[in-house]
Design a protein around this ligand. Sequence first.
Ligand code: LLP
Length: 465
Amino acid sequence: MAAGMHRVPPGDYAGTSPHWLREPVDVDALVPVLWSSTARKDDDGVLHVGGLAIPDLVADVNTPAYVLDEDDFRSRARAFRDGFAGYDVYYAGKAFLCTAVARWVAEEGLCLDVCSDGELTVALRAGTDPARIGYHGNNKTAMELRRAVDAGVGRIIVDSFHEIERVADVARQLGVRQSVMVRVTAGVEAHTHEFIATAHEDQKFGFSISSGDAFEAASRVVAHDSLELRGLHSHIGSQIFDTSGWEVAARRVLALHARIGAELGTVLPELDLGGGFGIAYTTQDDPADPALLAEQITKIVTGECAALGLDVPHLSIEPGRAIVGPAMCTVYTVGTVKQVALDGGATRTYVSVDGGMSDNIRPALYDADYSCTLASRASSTEPVLARVVGKHCESGDIVVKDEFLPGDIAPGDLVAVPGTGAYGRSMASNYNHALRPPVVAVKDGAARVVVRRETVDDLLATDIG
Ligand code: LLP
């Protein structure tokens, strides 16, 4: 169903739901932009993903479960690869990484961004070519740096003066010349949640351009024989829709790029503009097509280079969320349903499911909105304003803050939440000793568990009494 096919909430709900939420004409229909490309509902209202009926799938793997649409993931990866032709596209593994996904990334011709020894280990286990790995982080340990240099990672993105010395030492000891990029802070106020904006001045990442630290960092890298300065790196934040942030950042970063060429005599071959491309979590979000983003960003960079009299450097980007986010949904089973009276006489239907903030911390951490649908059957009952909540011991344990669900939603029903692929499983926790759910890849009617559900033995493995 198109986002426009909603009617205004009836008076009862005024003030109890966000201004943008509309009571759907058909509560069973999917809003395509929120779902992976193979998701559809059959005539009985049953959700299918990757050619598999969700109730059949969870009969095998149980709930909660993350369902990963392989074709969708691969086609989004290809859309970035082809849209940003001529760039290197690094998939940001922090959004979600497992060995299967690392292989898909390589098969689709993308490079990989990791930011910890754990992520590097997964990538290497998957057979990723180390030369195609970029290594991030503002406080990589000496052990992590040694492992990364020893493994032959293509580039390390340095983030502090201490780290420049550490990488230089490790590379010297190992007898290699390590490629590095300098992470810079462009001083951009990205229009996103405060916790996921990363290019304003007062935060922990990168070297500030305006203070002169970024130029100083480049000078120090150039002074080390064991380091090769490949270029500058700027990541302005996450879940961003408007290219104006990249425009301001590119202008400032390229001015520094030009200064390094002029004053240090080092023509930097590359420039990385980071990730952060937004996706649709609700009908409020309007993500741009990668090809259009590429066109806009390339125009900004080439225009700025022309103005500065620079050759356009080799460009790279690091999308995470925009590739894996929409490719996954989470399926839960409803356990209890409660009507809660609100001021003004309306009621809100609280639907408790068998997961929550342990499998998706984003609503609690970033006030993130999601949507959901009844996945196991159709309903002809009038929709009600619902809040889907988890089973953890906190009132902030919200899965979907506001959504219309059929009025007869009941224990045993399956509810699916789209768009949970990015920073869902990767930020999942064992809060309340929850067992983290499996990731089940689906494709052409077949399911493959790529990350299994944790067991009580996994939980107790670290509890040595
Ligand atoms: N490159 C760098 C250097 C990054 O720090 C990040 C994300 C990315 C690329 C990928 O950004 P993406 O394209 O996925 O937006 N946990 C938060 C997001 C934190 C992002 C951290 N860095 C969330 O759930 O919204």
